[in-house]
Design a binder for this molecule. Structure first.
Ligand code: FAD
Length: 317
């Protein structure tokens, strides 16, 4: 079922999660072990992230360096199929511009359509470590909006080859990313939301936000989106902070702030177990406040830690 239909039919706020594919070489069981403890809260959908290749230099005989491409976490489409098969819950693959030509994107979407998957989260992806800025593939997409447009075209039965006969239209519900604290490359919030609106106008039906720890920023973001004509559901993405180190790493990676009162609580902690308890408490309070404001769904970035998500879900659902 499409995410947008889950939201339309829901009488109360939905619970959903995002998981990461396991590191290469790990079994699918590690994914199931993360989802099993959360099934009692009946997630409406499970997002599966996509991780593109990285380039490493490996030292070879004679001392020369060989540039090798590796994908540390392959398997998004296979994992989605395994989740649907095992739990009969909607799995949502993330699709990205980075590393894909338009043809490769089309082929991936055809595979997803054959698998009966009717949701995708369309993203640009970040630059790879060896690049200073995002560089699209030759004949690939530069921005997420172009990916949204390609999926919308396929939903109308328009493939890249325009002379195909008897084409079956796909039927994807497309979600896109939004940033309550602004995407780090955007010159300002209004500019960022203008491009977000363009993604909606191109056919995206809902927004999932970057993680945030200050609900005020989410409420302000939603207000500005509404003022600028975005009417689709805006699903808040929540992460439970579990270690002291994350208080500095998360802002660096995701370009988000840790509110000062939260940081002070974290700094008082002597152990990571104590930080975890503070992180859970903070997320419970965030969740309860979001639910009071009639948020359509709470979406948890589990990042391999279902135990903490379980504790929060048990308190709020
Ligand atoms: P875009 O919407 O293309 O925006 C990127 C930047 O360009 C923004 O600053 C925007 O303001 C600007 N912009 C947009 N359109 C235009 C235009 N036409 N002209 C000029 N500027 C423009 N990354 C992964 O690699 N895999 C994942 O699975 C993944 N999942 C994610 C899930 C969520 C919920 C979120 C919030 C992010 C996720 N990301 C993932 C990270 C995402 O790929 C990065 O944040 C990326 O830098 C931006 O992606 P986007 O889709 O928001 O890009």
């Amino acid at each position: 079922m499409k995410v947008i239909d889950h939201i339309k039919q829901a009488k109360t706020a939905l619970f959903s999660i995002e998981i990461l594919p396991p590191l290469k070489g790990k079994s699918i069981q590690s994914i199931f072990d993360g989802i099993d403890p959360l099934m009692e809260f009946k997630p409406s959908f499970v997002d599966v992230t996509y991780h593109r290749e990285e380039y490493l230099y490996k030292k070879r005989e004679g001392g020369y360096l060989e540039k090798v491409s590796i994908r540390k976490r392959p398997g998004t489409v296979g994992i989605c199929a395994a989740i649907i098969n095992k739990y009969h819950v909607d799995a949502i693959p993330h699709i990205i511009c980075g590393g894909f030509s338009k043809e490769e994107t089309e082929n991936a979407l055809i595979d997803l359509h054959f698998l009966g998957i009717d949701n995708v989260l369309a993203l640009r992806g970040d630059s790879i470590k060896s690049e200073h800025e995002f560089i699209p593939e030759p004949n690939g997409h530069e921005y997420a909006i172009n990916l949204v447009k390609q999926v919308s075209q396929m939903n109308k039965g328009r493939y890249i080859e325009d002379d195909l006969a008897d084409v079956a239209p796909t039927n994807f519900c497309v979600g896109v990313a939004g940033y309550p604290e602004k995407h780090f490359e955007a010159p300002n919030m209004i500019s960022d939301i203008k491009y977000l609106k363009a993604k909606i106008d191109a056919g995206a039906e809902y927004i999932v936000t970057q993680m945030f720890f200050d609900n005020k920023k989410y409420f302000e973001f939603v207000n500005t989106c509404r003022e600028m004509g975005i009417t689709v559901p805006i699903i808040p993405g929540l992460k439970i902070l579990t270690t002291k180190k994350q208080a500095t790493i998360l802002p660096k990676i995701f370009k988000i702030d840790i509110p000062q009162p939260f940081l002070e609580e974290i700094e008082k902690c002597k152990t990571d177990a104590a930080v975890k308890a503070v992180g859970i408490e903070w997320c419970i309070n965030q969740s309860k406040e979001l639910l009071k404001h009639k948020t359509p769904c709470l979406h948890f970035y589990t990042m391999g830690s279902s135990e903490t998500t379980r504790k929060v879900a048990a308190e709020v659902f």
